[in-house]
Each structure stands twice: as C-alpha cells, then as structure tokens.
Write a new protein. Structure first.
Ligand SMILES: Nc1ncnc2c1ncn2[C@@H]1O[C@H](COP(=O)(O)OP(=O)(O)OP(=O)(O)O)[C@@H](O)[C@H]1O
Ligand SMILES: [Mg+2]
Length: 273
C-alpha cells in the first residue's frame, strides 16, 4: 500500500532554489533514510511533506489520515511537566492517555515524566519530541535528525523501536541523519539530496556492489570489465560496480565464480556519487 507519492516537487526560498523536480514513493512499513550535506534541503522536504511549509507546485499525495513529525526542536510547554505535555498532545490528537504508558518505557522517558520540560537535557527533549510524533500518528512519521543529542544507548533503543514499529505495526518513517551507520542499521531504502535533486541510492542504476573472485587477479578482473564496457571503481582492495545483473551475466559467460555484497552508504556516497 502506497503511503506517500511525491511527484515533480520544486521549492525555492525567494530566488534560492532548494528542491528541483523531486519524486518519491513510499510504501507502508518503509523506513526511508534521507542523507545530504548541511543546507541540502532535508528539513525543507520534511516540512513540505508534513505540511509545515506550503507546497507551491508539484504533487504531494499523502495517503494516510495522520502524520507525525519531529522537525528541529519539539514544541514543549516549558513550565509544564513532561507528562502534562504528553497529555496535552493526547487531547490535541484525540488519543487516549494510555498511549503514554504504552511508550514510556520504550522511549525511556518514564523516569522523568514528572520533570518540567524546561529542565530537560537535549537528548531527553528529543525523546519527548519523538513521543509527540508517535501520539500524532500511528501511520506515518517524519524524523529530522532524531538521534541528535542522544547517547549511544538512546540511539540504539530508538533505532530498535523504529524498526519494531515499522515491522510489527506497519508505521512508515522518513529519517534524516548525518550518521550513516544509524541509517544503515534500520533503513529499508536510502535517498540522497544533492544539488537540489533527490536520488534513490538503492535503485538498480545507483546501488553499488563490491565484487570478489579468487579465480582472477584484480588486474585481470579490471581488464575483463573494461573489455565488456562495464564501468567500475577501484577502491583500495575492492572493486565496486553498478548494475549487478550485467556483471553476473558477463562473469557467468566467462565461467568465473564470484561473490558480491552491497556496498555501505559511505562507499556509495564518497565514491563518485
Ligand atoms: N526559512 C528559510 N528562509 C530562507 N532560506 C531558508 C529557510 N530555511 C532554509 N533555508 C535555506 O534552504 C536551504 C536548505 O535548508 P534545509 O534546512 O532544508 O537544509 P538541511 O538539508 O536540513 O540542512 P542541515 O543538514 O544543516 O539540517 C539552505 O540553503 C537554507 O539556507
Ligand atoms: Mg536540517
């Protein structure tokens, strides 16, 4: 089931273009990672999808009834306790207070429910922000750098929770992060925002694979790839290729056994993308 369909989205702040002809489709249960340099437009894209910013052209077809978002700092009433803030959002989104009990252990906020919001650390605020996003929607959630400010345990439990919510309850997520390993841990697909364009790094055209064979030296393997017009990158002791099906075909014809594995995000990003 499709949850979100973005087609031909452009966005500018005044004369400064930010997003150029962005298209993106998410299915129920997807955890989409969003990567891009500072200022690439990740937050802008999330604000447009969640409706915080108004779309000026293109299509954003949100097929869920609700959307939850943690974008920049969560809006908390500083003089109210965490619990009072959460109850406020339960009323706002017409949810039962029992939701607070349901998530308080997983989000590790149980120990500071009675503390005033103004007295929270950055990581604590992030967790409450995520809590509010979960109160707002049990269908589709946008998280802008949610691991920011969390300690390593907090990051791990957050990622496990996201994965569980997607797998067991069919929630769909978009998560932006500069920590590629965080995204690799949970994302079912990853997108790169660069030069105003959005690319899916897992498409056949973009996904990279490392290939290994014991039957040929590295030099002979590279020669064979060149002879067959197959593009590759050499990265120290690895050969990276795109279009694994064509490689399978060519090496298969030559009778050369080989193994391959999908390259990590950092290898995809820092080599020719
Ligand atoms: N309210 C605004 N008014 C004008 N320009 C803006 C506004 N918000 C963002 N921009 C510009 O839009 C571009 C994209 O910003 P955005 O915040 O979406 O980037 P980002 O990918 O989220 O970056 P970061 O990794 O630093 O969070 C930047 O050039 C930024 O200066
Ligand atoms: Mg941002």
């Amino acid at each position: 089931m499709t949850v979100l369909e973005v087609i031909g989205l452009n966005y500018s702040f005044g004369k400064q273009p930010v997003l150029d002809d962005i298209s993106l489709t998410l299915e129920k249960g997807d955890i989409a990672g969003l990567i891009g340099n500072n200022g690439a437009g990740k937050t802008t894209l999330m604000k447009l999808i969640s409706g915080i910013l108004e779309r000026t052209n293109g299509t954003i077809d949100l097929k869920t009834k609700t959307v939850g978002a943690l974008i920049e700092t969560p809006a908390l009433y500083p003089n109210m306790t965490v619990e009072a803030n959460l109850k406020f959002y339960c009323r706002l989104y017409h949810k039962d207070y029992s939701l607070i009990d349901c998530y308080k252990e997983d989000l590790e906020v149980a120990t500071y429910l009675k503390r005033k919001a103004s007295k929270l650390s950055l990581g604590m605020k992030q967790r409450v922000g995520l809590f509010i996003a979960l109160i707002a929607s049990d269908e589709f959630i946008l998280l802008d750098e949610p691991t920011n400010g969390l300690d390593p345990n907090g990051i791990n439990s957050l990622l496990i929770l996201i994965e569980r919510l997607a797998k067991n309850h069919g929630l769909t997520f978009i998560i932006s992060s500069h920590i590629l390993s965080n995204l690799e841990q949970v994302c079912t697909k990853n997108y790169l925002l660069k030069n105003h364009k959005l690319t899916c790094l897992d498409d056949d055209a973009n996904a990279k694979y490392k290939i290994y064979t014991e039957d040929l030296s590295m030099k002979s393997l590279m020669t064979l790839l060149k002879l067959n017009d197959l593009a590759f990158e050499r990265q120290r002791h690895d050969i990276l290729v795109k279009g694994i099906e064509k490689i399978k075909q060519v090496l298969g014809q030559e009778g050369i056994p080989f193994t391959y594995e999908k390259a990590g995000l950092s290898e995809v990003l820092f080599n020719g993308n």
